[in-house]
Design a protein around this ligand. Sequence first.
Ligand code: PLP
Length: 394
Amino acid sequence: MNRHERDDAYLFHTYKRLPLDIERGEGLYLYSAGGNRYLDMFSGLAVNALGYNHPRVVRAICRQAERYTHLSNYFVQEPQLQLAELLVKHSGFDRVFFANSGTEAVEGAIKLSRKWGATQKKTVLHSFTNAFHGRTMGALSLMDRPKYREGFGPFLGNVTVSEYNNADALRSAVGKHTAGVVLEFIQGEGGIRPVTPAFADALRKLKGKFGFLIIADEIQSGVGRTGKFFAFQHFDAAPDIVVLAKPIGGGLPLGAILSSTTIAALLEPGTHGTTFGGNPVACAAGTAVINEIMEQQLMRNAAAMGGLMKERLLALQKLFPKLITEVRGFGLMLGLQLTVDGEPAVAAMRERGILINCTDQTVLRFLPPLIVQTEHVNETCDQLKEVLTEMSQF
Ligand code: PLP
């Protein structure tokens, strides 16, 4: 049996696999068993901020693996401390809790918000249409799309959902019982949809009025991808809790919750925890990632390359107005809204050696690593132009 047949035979069929057989990765490229090279412009869905096999990350992983790969959380662990110090330094938050994944960080943030709410007699969590917060039951409870939820209920109670970017709907939905509002300031899976400044403004004012927490899901957008450390920094926003994952483990599983000291103090010893959260090898890799981002000014690169790419995508919109209706996003988190299914375009790009992604059926999503350079942006946009030309002929 070949790999795909074995995958079919032995694994749950929960993923739509790509028809590729990858042997190794290096920098921005993946190499297939057949010897083909692919430019990866979605970087492991925003995980591989430094591309594949970055020497600094590989070195950090090997060094830590030689010391120990796991200590229980009964022990203070130097790799956790180093990454926590970095996250605190660059985020402006006081405290970090390490989880294993994005969805687990979201679960922790839900528990933390519930605990805080109990101290304030506030019982409701609020979220938005089209959001994506993960696959566990708490995260699913914050989401509205049947695609992810169907058949898995009942979900958590005391959760309300209103239309994303609709300030009036938000005003009608939140009140003195709202403990927390959870949102992606740029929805990722939902189709690269940033909040509008007016919506961010309404949210801030409502927080002032009712005193709820704002929980920012920066799992896809965080750690420099949008040209700023957090996506919410593009708006007039000051969340109380932030959840992170994807790039912070350098390709190893790691999530994090950030908050103030006061909020963090609500989770007393024994009330929350995890066996693997804060794994030392993942933390060592994450420390290497964040140090590299800062030292090499990769946030600046994300802003510059993202700016260039957005310009080129906007030019494509002008060329193909019947196929493209909008270009959205900040930095290296960009989406091209098509009028047709995006999968054929993704497949055609793959045939041309470039990996992009389609989300929300009609949105081409670009999440290149933060080390992307002008030539990669140009190559992607040149090839996309060819693909769109072919598509527009049908
Ligand atoms: N939140 C957002 C915004 C995400 O993009 C994702 C994953 O794509 C998650 C949460 C869930 O993260 P994980 O897949 O690590 O559980």
